[in-house]
Design a protein around this ligand. Structure first.
Ligand code: FES
Ligand code: FES
Length: 157
């Protein structure tokens, strides 16, 4: 820690577990999740807010964890891909082969889960629009769309 940099006590509920840490006030939520708490399902892609691979939910809303300070999350509920272990999107992504390298997949699933819960996944154009912040360098977009569409329609097996 450099001179004058605080390490505030931050209490965050992550996937239902209450976690307390004193981290440098400049530490991002992404780095805290991965490096402090071992939740490496959330991926660091660009680390500058352009790829969506680091998407998590804070109080149910999608955020880019690389642009969110851990200390900002004091008292909040965070959900990561590990907290969506039973979500039907996971099976749907496998069924539709909605990934290649898989690096973007956790962010895609977290983002899609929020999108469906918000009731914004009724039309393909809405899914494309609201998922536009989640980039896939492998170009799996049609299959990602198919997986989300299936779960949103309640048709997943
Ligand atoms: S790593 Fe956060 S948006 Fe790319
Ligand atoms: S599956 Fe490789 S970046 Fe999306």
């Amino acid at each position: 820690m450099g001179p004058g940099v605080r390490e505030p006590t931050t209490t965050v509920t992550v996937n239902g577990a209450r976690l307390v840490a004193n981290l440098d006030a400049r530490v991002t939520l992404l780095d805290a999740l991965r490096d402090r708490f071992g939740l490496t399902g959330t991926k660091k892609g660009c680390d500058q807010g352009t790829c969506g691979s680091c998407t998590v939910l804070v109080d149910g809303r999608r955020v880019l964890s690389c642009l969110t300070l851990f200390a900002q999350c004091d008292g909040r509920q965070v959900t990561t891909i590990e907290g969506l272990a039973d979500h039907p999107l996971r099976a749907a992504f496998i069924k539709h082969d909605a990934f290649q390298c898989g690096y973007c997949t956790p962010g895609q699933i977290v983002s899609a889960a929020a999108l469906i819960r918000e009731g914004r996944a009724g039309r393909d154009e809405d899914i494309r629009e609201y998922m536009s912040g989640n980039l896939c360098r492998c170009g799996a977009y049609p299959r990602i769309l198919a997986a989300i569409r299936e779960v949103a329609s309640g048709a997943h097996a």
